[in-house]
Design a protein around this ligand. Structure first.
Ligand code: AMP
Ligand code: GLY
Length: 427
C-alpha cells in the first residue's frame, strides 16, 4: 500500500510513524512533512492547500490511501477531490468539514441534533453583538466564526474584555473574513476533555479520552496555543463512559449529517466541557488534534491504515479498537515567544538520546534537517511522548526524556497531566 500523508506537524509525524507499522504499507509520502517525517518517509514539497497538486501527485504515484492531518485541506475539499479521482481519502467532505470551519454551522447542527452545548447568539454586525452582550453580561466567550488557527476564541471575563473582543473582530478585522460572523457564547465552567471517534458515515468507534493543555504556561496561564501537551486516558472521562458520551455528543451529529445527505467520515473530535449540568460540546474538530494524536496513537494497537480505509469505504462493521491499557503523555517543546513571534533556526540537540528511553517517541513538528542536524522552523518544535504503567509513570518518563533534549530559546510546560493526577488523588 502507498500512502500520502498531508501536513507538517507533530500529528503528521505520529501518523506517519504509526502507518509505517501497518500491514502491507510499502511507501509513505508526506506533503510537505518536517524534519521528523524526512527520516521515516519521503517528504514532497507540496503545500497542504494546493489541492490540485496533491491530487496530481496521488494519481502519478498510484496512492492507495490519502491521510490529511490538518483542517485546512479538509475545508478546501481535499477529500471530495481525491474521491472524484478515485483515490480513497480518510476524512470528511468539505460539507462535513464545515463543522469545524464554521462555528455557527456547528451550533446549528448541534441544535438540530439535540447535542448539549453553550447557549449562543450569532452576529454579523457590531451593534447587535454589543446589545446581546450587554443583555447577557460577562463572562462571555467571543468566537470568530471561521478558521483562525486556534486563535479566534476569546474568553472575556469582564464587560470591557467583551467590548475589546468584539472591536477586535468587527472593527480591527483581526481575523480577516473569519470574524465577519461572530458567535457569542455562555461561559461554561468545568474540566475540558476530548473525545475522538473513527466514523464511517453511520457508525462511530470512540478512542479513549485525551486531555489537551491549550494555554502556553503552567497552571493554564497565558494565551492559548495549538496545544502544549496531552495525555490519555483522562480520568475525567474514563473508558467505561466512552460509549455513553459518544451517544450524547457524536452519534447524534452523524445521524444529522447523514439526514442532510452529507454523511460524516473520518475523525470527529468533540471538545467537551464537563460541567455540573453534564457534558457540553465546546467545539468540533474534523481531524485528529495535535498534540492529542501523539499519545492516542502510542496507545492504539489496531492497524491504523485498515481502520482508515474502512472509514473511507463507509464500513466500520466488524472493526474494533485494540488499545494499550497503559497511559500515554506528550509534552511539547516550543520556541520561546510562541504563540506570539518567536525565533527560528535553533539547533535541536539530544533527540536520539531521548528516543533511546524505553517506550518513548519524539514526534517532530516545526523542524527541518540541515545536513544531518535538526533545526527548529516553527513555534511548536516537537512533542516527547511516553507510555507508562499509569499516568504518573507516563509523565515521569516523558519529562525524563525531555530533559535529554536541548534547544536555545525554548520553553515547555512542567505540569502536563497534573489535572488528571489531582483527580486520581496523586497530586
Ligand atoms: P474552541 O476552539 O471553541 O474549543 O475554544 C478554545 C478554548 O476556549 C476551549 O478549549 C476552552 O478552553 C475555551 N472555551 C471555548 N468555549 C468556551 C465556553 N463556552 N466556556 C468556557 N470556555 C470556553
Ligand atoms: N490541540 C487542539 C487541536 O488540535 O485543535
Amino acid at each position: 500500500m502507498r500512502i500520502l500523508v498531508i501536513g507538517s506537524g507533530g500529528r503528521e509525524h505520529a501518523l506517519t510513524w504509526k502507518l509505517r507499522q501497518c500491514r502491507g504499507v510499502e511507501q509513505i509520502y508526506v506533503a510537505p512533512g518536517n524534519g521528523g517525517t524526512a527520516g521515516i518517509a519521503t517528504n514532497i514539497p507540496i503545500a497542504v492547500s494546493d489541492i490540485d497538486a496533491l491530487v496530481s501527485f496521488a494519481r502519478e504515484k498510484s496512492i492507495d490511501l490519502v491521510v490529511p492531518g490538518p483542517e485546512l485541506p479538509l475545508t478546501l475539499g481535499v477529500v471530495d477531490a481525491m474521491v472524484s479521482a478515485g483515490i480513497p481519502c480518510f476524512g470528511p467532505s468539505a460539507a462535513c468539514a464545515r463543522l469545524e470551519g464554521s462555528k455557527s454551522y456547528a451550533k446549528e447542527v448541534m441544535a438540530a441534533a439535540g447535542v448539549p452545548t453553550a447557549a449562543a447568539g450569532v452576529f454579523t454586525d457590531l451593534g447587535s453583538a454589543r446589545r446581546f452582550a450587554a443583555e447577557h453580561g460577562a463572562p462571555l466567550v467571543v468566537k470568530a466564526d471561521g478558521l483562525a488557527s486556534g486563535k479566534g476564541v476569546i474568553v472575556a471575563m469582564t464587560q470591557a474584555e467583551v467590548d475589546d473582543a468584539l472591536a477586535l473582530m468587527f472593527q480591527e478585522n483581526a481575523f480577516g473574513s473569519a470574524s465577519s460572523k461572530v458567535v457569542i457564547e455562555e461561559f461554561l465552567r468545568g474540566e475540558e476533555v476530548s473525545l475522538l471517534c473513527f466514523c464511517d458515515g453511520e457508525r462511530a468507534l470512540p478512542l479513549p479520552s485525551a486531555q489537551d493543555h491549550k494555554a502556553v504556561f503552567d497552571g493554564d496561564a497565558g494565551p492559548n496555543t495549538g496545544g502544549m501537551g496531552a495525555y490519555s486516558p483522562a480520568p475525567v472521562l474514563p473508558d467505561s463512559e466512552l460509549g455513553s458520551m459518544a451517544d450524547i455528543t457524536v452519534r447524534p451529529i452523524l445521524a444529522e449529517m447523514a439526514r442532510r445527505g452529507t454523511p460524516f467520515k473520518g475523525i470527529l473530535y468533540a471538545g467537551l466541557m464537563m460541567t455540573d449540568d453534564g457534558p457540553k460540546v465546546l467545539e468540533y474538530n474534523v481531524r485528529f488534534g495535535d498534540p492529542e494524536c501523539q499519545p492516542l496513537l502510542m496507545r492504539l494497537r489496531s492497524d491504523l491504515a485498515g481502520l482508515m480505509l474502512a472509514c473511507a469505504k463507509g464500513d466500520l462493521r466488524g472493526q474494533d479498537l485494540d488499545i494499550d491499557s497503559r497511559s500515554a503523555l506528550g509534552v511539547v517543546l516550543a520556541a520561546k515567544g510562541y504563540p506570539g513571534p518567536y525565533p527560528k533556526g535553533m539547533p535541536v540537540m539530544g533527540i536520539a538520546g531521548a528516543m533511546e528511553e524505553e517506550d518513548v517517541a519524539v514526534f517532530q513538528a516545526g523542524t527541518r534537517m540541515e545536513g544531518s542536524s535538526v533545526v527548529s522552523s516553527g513555534g511548536r518544535v516537537l512533542c516527547v511522548t511516553a507510555l507508562g504503567k499509569d499516568l504518573l509513570d507516563a509523565q515521569s518518563r516523558a519529562y525524563r526524556a525531555m530533559r535529554k533534549i536541548s534547544m536555545e530559546d525554548s520553553q515547555y510546560r512542567h505540569d502536563i497531566g497534573l489535572k488528571g493526577l489531582r483527580r486520581l488523588g496523586l497530586a
